[in-house]
Write a protein that binds this ligand. Structure first.
Ligand code: NDP
Length: 286
């Protein structure tokens, strides 16, 4: 008979606000399903308590933790080193203990990349990304590092767009174009992949639409949305109607979580089960 073990492996997420973060649902479902004796805990951590929270996690034997808003940049100074893309992105959403060292990774962009690679290889592709915030930054860096030929950033605020555009030009080989988003944007016909990396369409503003000429969506395009809730956004609905292949934000979220579990426990989790666990808690119109 094996010895009783009442000490779980600890993982979790520091955020403020933390209560609405649904990641816990898919992580704990995966732990249970795979018989991993681990817990994932949402923790409400204000910015001025981040240093203490990280010290606490290290002292209590956590094997890793996620950082959500507003800690993705501030956490870096509490870690020993960064993964390659996290270094370029300048933000960390996943801290991993390897031996005695703490590594900062960014699995947001990696989650998106895994979703995209299930339908197409980004290498050599012409990609249009709406938005220039944290999600866009993580996605654009991963796509550029994966060999995208051209990335067009379409953003409302020019300074934010310019900052990301300069970063990509400096750190990657992709051709970068910045478009100041005014009025209805028409996609160039040569576009291979379209990504909504803005927060437009996120619950409860599900009726919101991107200022995009949907007639410019062509069947050869892959259209992806970062919005996890609701998974079927107006953009994806329009893209499906125009014959495009679509990828929803739930897939990105699941892939991101699966990568975290691989980093922390070495187990490759069942993504279908993780997705089903999230779907059960998200509101789904239709
Ligand atoms: P940020 O606040 O950093 O960036 C938001 C971006 O959206 C900015 O570029 C902003 O433009 C743009 N935007 C917001 N509203 C409008 C509008 N009405 N018109 C035009 N542009 C607009 O947020 P994040 O990048 O961190 O997050 C963006 C979304 O990505 C969120 O909805 C989040 O839920 C989702 N996300 C999903 C993940 C997943 O795994 N599926 C992972 C991470 C994020 P401007 O610069 O002009 O303000």
């Amino acid at each position: 008979m094996s010895a009783l073990n009442f000490l779980p492996t600890l993982t979790g997420c520091f955020a403020q606000p933390a209560a609405e973060n649904p990641t816990v649902v898919m992580m704990e479902a995966a732990y249970r399903h795979h018989g991993i004796h681990a817990r994932y805990v949402n923790m409400e951590v204000p910015p001025e308590k981040l240093a203490e929270a990280v010290r606490g996690a290290k002292a209590q034997g956590y094997v890793g933790f996620n950082c959500s808003l507003p800690h993705k940049v501030a956490v870096i100074e509490h870690l020993d080193t960064l993964g390659d893309s996290a270094k370029v992105i300048g933000a960390v959403n996943c801290a991993v203990k390897r031996g005695e060292r703490w590594i900062g990774e960014n699995t947001d962009g990696k989650g998106f990349l895994s979703s995209l690679e299930e339908v197409t290889d980004p290498k050599g592709k012409r990609i249009v990304i709406f938005g220039a915030g944290g999600a866009s930054r993580a996605i654009a860096v991963e796509l550029a590092l994966a060999g995208a030929a051209k990335i067009t950033l379409v953003n409302r605020s020019e300074p934010r767009g310019a900052e990301l555009s300069e970063l990509l030009k400096r750190e990657t080989e992709s051709e970068i174009e910045l478009v100041n988003w005014r009025g209805r944007y028409r996609l160039p016909e040569s576009t291979d992949v379209v990504v909504n990396a803005t927060s437009i369409g996120l619950f409860p503003d599900m009726d919101a639409c991107l200022e995009l000429d949907v007639e410019s969506l062509m069947p050869h395009m892959v259209v992806a949305d970062v919005i996890p809730n609701p998974p079927l956004t107006n953009l994806l609905r329009a893209a499906s109607q125009r014959g495009c292949r679509t990828l929803d934000g739930l897939g990105m979220l699941v892939n991101q979580g699966a990568t975290n579990i691989e980093y922390w426990t070495g187990t490759t989790p069942d993504k279908g089960l993780m997705r089903a666990a999230l779907e059960a808690v998200f509101l789904r119109p239709e």
